[in-house]
Design a protein around this ligand. Structure first.
Ligand SMILES: *Cc1c(COP(=O)(O)O)cnc(C)c1O
Length: 462
């Protein structure tokens, strides 16, 4: 296990039970397995009470991950808590629902032939990114070997704003990461820079639909067009993977005219987080390939299914089935119109919140919630007595979790706050957030100097 410093503080290793639970005098250790049993009510109460210190998930506007579902979905998930996704033969109907979801997504993202839908559920976009990246790497290796060319130095091109899962992919599977830095007002990948970083060893370009830093869409269509020209000029064919962790569940519903998906022949695969704007609690992601040719056969494994075999592609073996069932519940329950209403409402809340933040005075918007329903804003650079980190701390006093973070190369000068609006974050909650911001600002404005400069602010991954 990874060592956590607080685990090793001397003298704090025991947990004394409050006599209220009727187990007077019992002392149980925190970090070693207790000698004996504890009654279930007491065990429940202890853990329940400890968890009160966790933040309130609904006030966590740092996360993209779903924090509200229909109570009926809660019930279905509880009913499926004991089902293992890999037991296709034992739970064939859960496997069937997974296949229906892949087919629904394949069609939603305009794959050329949805009857040939090729894809799978994963634990999230991170696992999906590993699988999509592996497929790109394997296809490139096969092309190179067939051409008698060396296949030992693959690289993957992307903007520096990519989520940390792509750094993991590169580190775990020995692929050079070609990160395009930010420049001036350009806070994500451009077509020109993408092409400039490609060569014959490029296994693909990752375009992000919905940058985690500011919610902006990368120009997928332009990137594809620029790579078409690059191929004409050099003969090098570079596929594109779209990391649509958030946007692949947003754009199809509220930006139907935006062309970012399999309508672009260069897009080989798309991932999305079912547990973000797919509106399911944490634990599900999706990856879909444009057609069976985009997924090399050697990566596929076969498991029993209704007396036959069924293809699977995954890093995990056992995995909970409840989230996949909940994803299907959302598709069935909301349909196209329901998803459109949910995402349009989030966008409406986000853009209105952005306008009101801009009106407060000391803030400047980087994005206004009109792509992903996410807004990022900075403190006016002329203000020198408080920082975004002070604002984040001040909001925390009221329970709001609004992250402040520093941007990467070449915009390390820029620090911002980010609010992620998602299902369950209403105009009413947004009003309360604005009220709290207004209540805290006079104190911050009277400060002589910043209290937090963010020097210790962690890098930022969600
Ligand atoms: C959240 C996110 C990821 C990682 O997704 P998980 O589902 O949390 O594993 C990857 N890429 C982007 C753009 C994201 O927003």
């Amino acid at each position: 296990m990874l060592k956590h410093p607080s685990n090793h503080r001397a003298g704090r290793d025991a947990l004394a039970l409050d006599p209220r639970f009727g187990i007077e005098g019992l002392v149980i250790p925190r970090h070693t397995l207790p000698e004996d049993e504890v009654p279930p009510e007491a065990a429940y109460q202890i853990i329940h009470d400890e968890l009160m210190l966790d933040g309130n998930a609904r006030l966590n506007v740092a996360t993209f991950v779903t924090t509200w579902m229909d109570p009926q979905a809660d019930r279905l998930m509880a009913e499926c808590a004991d089902k293992n996704m890999i037991d296709k033969d034992e739970y064939p109907q859960t496997a069937e629902l997974e296949m229906r979801c892949v087919s629904i997504l394949s069609k939603l993202w305009n794959a050329p032939d949805a009857t040939q839908a090729t894809g799978c559920s994963t634990t999230g976009s991170s696992e999906a990114a590993m699988l999509a990246g592996l497929a790109l790497k394997r296809r490139w290796q096969k092309r190179r070997r067939a051409a008698g060319a060396p296949a030992d130095r693959p690289n993957l091109v992307m903007g520096i704003n990519v989520q940390v899962c792509w750094e993991k992919f590169a580190a775990y599977w020995d692929v050079e990461m070609r990160l395009v830095p930010m420049e001036g007002d350009r806070l994500h990948l451009s077509a020109e820079e993408a092409v400039r970083h490609c060569d014959e060893n490029t296994i693909g370009v990752v375009a992000v639909l919905g940058s985690t830093f500011d919610g902006s869409y990368e120009p997928v269509e332009e990137i594809c067009r620029a790579l078409d020209e690059y191929q004409q000029r050099t003969g090098i064919d570079v596929p594109v993977h779209v990391d649509g962790a958030s946007g692949a569940f947003v754009a199809p519903f509220v930006d139907p005219d935006l062309v970012w998906d399999f309508r672009l022949p260069r897009v080989a695969s798309i991932n999305a987080s079912g547990h973000k704007y797919g509106l399911v609690y944490p634990g599900v992601g999706w990856v879909v390939w444009r057609d069976p040719e985009a997924l090399p056969e050697e990566l596929i494994f076969w498991v029993n299914y209704l007396g036959d075999d069924m293809p699977t592609f995954a890093l995990n073996f056992s995995r909970p089935g409840a989230q996949v069932v909940a994803q299907y519940y959302n598709f069935l329950r909301l349909g196209h119109a329901g998803y459109r209403r949910v995402q349009a409402y989030s966008r409406e809340v986000a853009t209105r919140l952005a306008d009101r933040i801009a009106e407060l005075g000391p803030f400047q918007l980087l994005t206004r919630g009109d792509e992903l329903p996410v807004l990022a804003f900075q403190v006016d650079p002329r203000i020198d007595n408080f920082t975004v980190f002070d604002v984040s701390g001040a909001l925390r006093e009221r329970g709001w979790q609004v992250p402040a973070y520093r941007f990467p190369k070449n915009r390390e000068d820029l620090s911002a706050l980010r609010v992620v609006v998602r299902r369950g974050f209403t105009h009413d909650l947004a009003d309360m957030l604005i009220d709290d911001l207004k209540r805290q600002l006079p104190r911050l404005e009277k400060q002589h100097a910043p209290q937090h400069d963010g020097a210790t602010a962690g890098s930022f991954h969600h």
